[in-house]
Design a protein around this ligand. Structure first.
Ligand code: ASP
Length: 354
């Protein structure tokens, strides 16, 4: 989900780190905290109206006995189509050249299959292309021109993904990037004395991506992560979202996890894989998300103790329990959940409260 945040906003102060890295706890399987978990279930990090609509569509499939894989694809497609969302699919913020490049991955726990695309241009539904990579080839990841050619071969239409809204935001970024280049007002009209250029921190920069995880009535688990990646990224940059084990991981025996935020740290920490492995060792989805945050915080402790990347992790286990966490924020992370009990917003935690 789109989370406007200043580019440097994630450098916060160090406090609340006492919890440290949790030790492995091998023997407790799926402590439910007393609540009877339910399947089928589908969750997303998107808690806005589009997220609710996505859950409704995914739930319809699950409630009719459909597959988790179909449910997560349908619900992700709804978010990818939202022109107001500047972090996913159509309407996503472009790279530094003004080109929207999308990344997505899908994983099917039932068949232990995965597919992904990266730097895909002009195709509205990268998650669906990823599904075809998974189901119709023996590859896992296609990138750039090859991914586009592949999508067209399978009937996807090329479309302009840069909305006016996203183009204007990108132009504003360009105009304010450097007050000594030739973007912005002519030199003789610029008021450099009064620093008319905006501060970098004030420019729109979105962290955001969409994760969709589901367990169907047969207990099969599937997940998707889809994104337009970091705003104004260097063309060709690939984030965590299409990297299996980083932005997404699913294990039918355990559960699934998905990530949002600064992809570079999610890649280095293999965060989604780590969360699923923690659940396999008996941690609840909520605890496992927090464990992954502590793991990242601990990696930076000696290098730069004030560096806290902006991450959000969500997780679901095979019994239908779920959880979510922010690494650093002023409010706890939330997810939208659809199960027998209806569609609701669930509040998880924040590991470092600003
Ligand atoms: N994780 C995404 C990436 O690094 C971006 C985001 O979630 O904000 O591409």
């Amino acid at each position: 989900m789109s989370n406007p945040i200043s580019r440097r906003g994630f450098f916060g102060k160090s406090f609340g780190l006492g919890a440290g890295l949790m030790l492995f706890n091998n023997f407790k399987i799926f402590s439910s905290g007393g609540k009877a978990p339910k399947i089928p279930v589908i969750i997303t990090d998107h808690t806005n109206e589009t997220g609710h609509n996505a859950m409704k569509a995914g739930w319809e499939i699950l409630a009719n006995g459909g597959a988790a894989l179909d449910a997560v694809e349908r619900s992700t497609n709804i978010v990818e189509m939202d022109p107001e969302d500047t972090s996913v699919g159509y309407g996503g913020l472009p790279n530094e050249h003004g080109v929207v490049q999308l990344d997505a991955s899908i994983m099917d726990g039932k068949t232990y299959s995965a597919g992904a695309v990266a730097c895909l241009e002009n195709i509205k539904h990268p998650a669906s292309v990823a599904r075809i990579v998974m189901e119709k080839t023996d590859h896992v990841l296609l990138v750039g021109k090859g991914a586009l050619e592949f999508a067209k071969q399978w009937g996807f239409k090329e479309e302009n993904l840069l909305t006016d809204k996203a183009r204007k935001i990108w132009l504003e970024w360009k105009q304010n990037l450097n007050q000594y280049d030739d973007w912005g007002a002519p030199d003789h009209l610029a008021d450099r004395q009064n620093k008319t250029a905006k501060r970098f921190e004030e420019l729109a920069f979105t962290y955001g991506t969409t994760n969709h995880l589901a367990v169907d009535k047969n207990g099969d688990i599937a997940g998707i992560t889809s994104t337009s990646g970091l705003s104004y990224k260097i063309p060709g940059r690939v984030g965590d979202s299409p990297i299996i084990g980083a932005g997404l991981y699913v294990d039918n025996e355990v559960g699934a996890a998905g990530a949002t935020g600064r992809g570079e740290d999610v890649i280095k920490s293999c965060a989604s894989y780590y969360i699923v492995m923690r659940m396999a060792q008996g941690r609840s989805p909520q605890q496992a998300c927090e464990d992954a945050m502590h793991m990242i915080i601990n990696k930076y402790k000696k290098i730069n103790p004030n560096f806290f990347p902006s991450e959000k992790f969500i997780a679901l286990n095979k019994n239908g329990e779920y959880g979510c966490a922010f690494l650093i924020r002023d409010t706890p992370a939330q997810i939208c959940v659809a199960n027998e009990g209806g569609i609701k917003v669930h509040t998880g935690s924040v590991v470092i409260k600003r």
